[in-house]
Design a protein around this ligand. Structure first.
Ligand code: ZN
Length: 219
C-alpha cells in the first residue's frame, strides 16, 4: 500500500510506458540512444559493440557473446538439452565461450595466423580472459589508416567467423580447417569495408598473402 500511495488514478486510458528517457514514449531512436551512450543501458560498453563498424547482426552477436547468451554446448546443457559437452571444433574439451573463442587448440591456430609476425606473438600477447576486457584491451598498432581499420575489425571478424563456422559444422556437417576459417575471416573484413573510402586502392589478395605488411601499414 505504501507503493500505491503515490499512484494517481485518472480517466486516462492505460498505455505502455518506456522506462528510458523521453517522457515514457518509446521510439527506436530513443532505444538506440540509450543503448549507445556511454554507461547507457546496464552500463554496457557501447564502444566495443554498438559503435563498431560491423553489420547489425554482428553487433547483436557480440552483445550475446558478452552477456553470455550464446548457445554454446555448455549453455544448452544447462538449459536441459541432453548432448555431450564436447567442443565442436577440437572435439576434445568442454565447449564454453572462453574455450570456443580463445583457448581451443583449433581456434588458437586461427588467432596465430592473425597475430604471428605482427609483434605480439608468443607469451607477450595471449588471447584469453573475459571477452569484454580482452576486447577493450585489444592492442593498438601504429599503422596506416587502412591497416588500422583492418586491425580493429580483426577480433570481430575472427569471433564471428569462428561462430558461423562452428554452426556450419553442426548444421551442414562441414569439415573445417583453421586455414578455411582464416580465409573467411579475412574475406569478412574485406566485405565489411566495402564502400569505405579507406579500402580504395587496396586488394583482397594483400589481406590473404601480405597480412603482416597490411596491418603494420608497411605494404
Ligand atoms: Zn575446442
Amino acid at each position: 500500500m505504501v507503493i500505491l500511495e503515490t499512484v494517481m488514478i485518472n480517466d486516462e486510458e492505460d498505455r505502455w510506458r518506456w522506462k528510458g528517457q523521453h517522457g515514457g514514449d518509446f521510439s527506436v531512436a530513443a532505444f538506440y540512444e540509450d543503448l549507445t551512450k556511454e554507461n547507457g543501458t546496464e552500463n554496457f560498453p557501447s564502444q566495443i559493440v554498438w559503435k563498431v563498424s560491423v553489420p547489425y547482426k554482428v553487433k547483436v552477436f557480440m552483445w550475446c557473446l558478452i552477456w553470455g547468451r550464446l548457445l554454446t554446448t555448455d549453455r544448452l546443457r544447462r538449459l536441459g538439452m541432453i548432448i555431450p559437452n564436447r567442443c565442436t571444433l577440437c572435439k576434445i574439451e568442454e565447449e564454453t565461450v572462453e574455450h570456443l573463442f580463445q583457448t581451443c587448440s583449433f581456434t588458437k591456430l586461427v588467432w596465430e595466423a592473425f597475430l604471428n609476425g605482427v609483434g605480439m606473438d608468443g607469451s607477450r600477447y595471449q588471447v584469453t580472459g573475459e571477452i569484454q576486457q580482452w576486447l577493450q584491451g585489444w592492442p593498438k598498432l601504429n599503422s596506416s589508416r587502412w591497416g588500422t581499420v583492418v586491425w580493429q575489425l580483426t577480433p570481430y571478424a575472427v569471433l564471428w567467423t569462428v561462430w558461423k563456422s562452428k554452426n556450419n559444422v553442426i548444421f551442414n556437417d562441414e569439415s573445417l580447417t583453421a586455414e578455411k576459417v582464416v580465409v573467411r575471416a579475412k574475406a569478412i573484413i574485406w566485405y565489411w569495408c566495402l564502400g569505405k573510402e579507406v579500402r580504395r586502392g587496396h586488394r583482397f589478395s594483400e589481406l590473404l598473402h601480405n597480412w603482416v605488411s597490411v596491418v603494420k601499414g608497411v605494404g
